[in-house]
Design a protein around this ligand. Sequence first.
Ligand code: GLC
Length: 542
Amino acid sequence: MSDATTTQPGAEWWRTAVIYQVYPRSFADASGDGVGDLAGIADRLPHLQALGVDAVWLSPFYRSPQHDGGYDVADYRDVDPLFGTLADADRLLAEAHDLGLKVVVDLVPNHTSNEHEWFQEALRAAPGSPERARYIFRPGTGDGSEPPNNWQSVFGGPAWTRVADGEWYLHIFDTSQPDLDWLNPEVPAMFDDVLRFWLDRGVDGFRVDVAHGLMKAPGLPDVDEDAITTGSMESPFFGQESVHEVYRRWHEVLAEYDGDRMLCAEAWVHPLEKMARFVRPDEMHQAFNFVYLETPWDARRLRQVIDESIAEFGAVGAPSTWVLSNHDTIRHRTRLALVPQPPHGVGIGPTSVSKADAEVSLRRGRAATALMLALPGGAYVYQGEELGLPEVVDIPAEARQDPTFHRTNGEMWGRDGCRVPIPWEADAPGYGFSPNGASWLPQPASWATYARDAQVGVPGSTLELYTEALRLRREHALGAGTVEWIDAGPDAVAFRNGDVVVIANVGHDAIDLPAGELLLASTELHAASLRADETAWVRVPR
Ligand code: GLC
């Protein structure tokens, strides 16, 4: 149990926190096998403290055959040898807490790995057995050789795979990720234990993978193809109302613990009103604001999504979150410069990414970050964005690892481009990611300039911009503030948050800054005005 006390409702740490996402495979490799590990993360925690974030979220480090970067869990209560041991996890938790950093871990409840003992038992058991009933096995259609319905995997291809005795099992993601049947009481009971296992070890919360997917529509009806082509996120396997029962239950489990433990939903649902249902007072605490992430660099649409987010989350008493990048999406500096902007990572292909303009992209990426970090609520930062890393678009086919790439025969690149191990030292082998230069995805030859040691203390560097923004955000309590809109023209996103006026220039023409003390500029300003793709924070007391 953590010794932290529980605060008054409304003052919990997660309401205003900036949470840094670590993708363990690609953060820091202490062992030298080319894959990051828990010891590597622990060694580098002081850098995250210096950056000024409040918490760290770790993508999965559990036992896994790694067919989907660890989102295919074979044992929820153990650390994969690739990443270390349970003792390493305990050390990481203790050291983070000593540095004043909270730790959020990933929970993957929609599916297990096909190497999980439950699925292995299911394969050995007969159709209709209790072992099969923990997953979604069905007979095929026609003579049995056609899948039970028309559902497609998010990673491409059919969402069903046939086993030797003729039955089919459902996998909304890769074939190696069989979906659990959440109507079977054994499944929620197992996850109660998993929550408690990690809560007892002292984790401060969970990021809940595919939180919108656990329940499937009764009878597993075919997907309405017309609904899909009109861009609706509704489907018989995503966004079912019954998922909320699960989170009400988990809310109670967390409430047994002190220290304001939290749950954050990864729920790709539209509209925001539906997303906000995940954070009603008796459910989760945060939800990733993917509507914000998917908003293009367009002033009107940004103003609109900010307004709607604050209104919809506020209506259920929750803070909004803000997020621009993660391990599933094209890094935001690259994505925001693409024309047209693709919806998100899994769907990108060669044609979309090659059009990004490198210079526009860094300016715009930094301006977008400076805007995001001034907004009230929680914010998520994905490892490497503080270094200004772009999406890597030229990974050779033979080096690509994302199942999406292989399931679509290369038509969709998938997400390797945002998962390339990050650079720490400009002159070290592998930029200091590993002791010997080993790296599970190739690192671009041009990345020395992005290395942390090439940016720390360097005025104007992206790392200094993030560090200064996080310091000022805290000093001016922006996370706990409010948005009061200011009219600075159609191409501006301009508002006051407390004593800070924030203006982002999302158009082409210069925009004048108000008189006051310039606190932060996303690129060096040459006059008291903002050029295209620049954001400034100005202290203007009332
Ligand atoms: C989530 C994860 C993603 C993973 C998928 C299946 O969307 O963020 O990385 O592939 O779930 O677990």
